[in-house]
Design a protein around this ligand. Structure first.
Ligand code: F6R
Length: 262
């Protein structure tokens, strides 16, 4: 794992977008794993701008989103399908048929989840998985106690997570769905590369536990420590509780792989 600290949320999002753009350039048929949430909006804005200004080409890319609320139809503005269409898919040249979001309306959720896993397999697996982190330590909607080997399935959301997402439901946590379909921790770890982006002081404590603490099913983001190709990009506020930041900064300033990004 590498931890890269940028001064501001804007710079952290810019670095994340640059890394994604570099991967798309290197492999136009890239299979992207995508996340929703407020943190990612800045990343998607930057990818859209690269598409418009530099012709960043998503026409051969496929994508798989991490999660979707159960019982919220795709045309509902609160659904993650709606979020993705609005923030990214309708603004770049990805083929909508090549974009996938778990089906939160499936009559048989278990079969729907198994089908999602199968689609990922058929696409050749996920090349690059983008992640955010929730205050409950989740990646995707893998709430505490999610098995580190879990696969796509439905999951009950913690009160803390529903509170965190209340803003998108008019500030009312009771309106946030109680369940979601999410890729499992094991599904996420199967991706060939992980990039987690966290910004803001509200993430500082959980981010430090996920990165520097023990691997535990209580903090599903800590499972990233098992992944051989994993980058964590944070702003100063989210980095505030990290103990070894001098080392992380040294790596970014000195390792050749980061030269073009410094
Ligand atoms: C969303 C997702 C979640 C979010 C996390 C952070 O698809 O998988 O894990 O990334 O809850 O959300 P924000 O960015 O809104 O703080």
């Amino acid at each position: 794992m590498e931890v890269i600290i940028q001064a501001t949320p804007e710079e952290a999002a810019e670095l994340t977008a640059r890394l994604i753009a570099a991967r798309v350039h290197a492999k136009p048929t890239l299979v992207l794993g995508l996340a929703t949430g407020r943190t990612m909006e800045r990343v998607y804005d930057r990818l859209v701008s690269r598409h418009q200004k530099e012709g960043l080409d998503f026409s051969q890319c496929h994508s798989f989103n991490l999660d979707e609320y159960i019982g919220v139809p795709p045309e509902d503005e609160h659904s993650y399908r709606y979020y993705m269409n609005r923030h990214l898919f309708s603004r770049v040249n990805v083929k909508l048929a090549n974009t996938h979001v778990p089906d939160g309306m499936a009559e048989d959720l278990r079969a729907g989840a198994a089908h999602y896993e199968q689609l990922i397999q058929e696409a050749g697996g996920i090349d690059l998985q983008l992640l955010g982190i929730g205050e409950a330590g989740h990646i995707g909607f893998n709430e505490p106690l999610s098995a580190l080997m879990s696969r796509t399935r439905d999951k009950a959301l913690m009160p803390l997570t529903r509170q965190q997402n209340a803003e998108m439901f008019g500030g009312d946590a009771d309106k946030v769905p109680k369940r979601a379909v999410t890729m499992g921790v094991g599904t996420i770890l199967d991706a060939r590369e992980l990039i987690l982006l966290a910004t803001g002081g509200a993430k500082a404590s959980i981010l430090a536990k996920a990165v520097e603490g023990p691997i535990t099913a209580m903090i599903s983001a800590s499972a990233m420590q098992l992944h051989p190709n994993c980058k964590v990009i944070v702003d100063e506020a989210a980095a505030a509780a990290l103990k070894e930041r001098a080392y992380y900064d040294w790596i970014f300033q000195n390792e050749p792989e980061w030269e073009e990004y410094r």
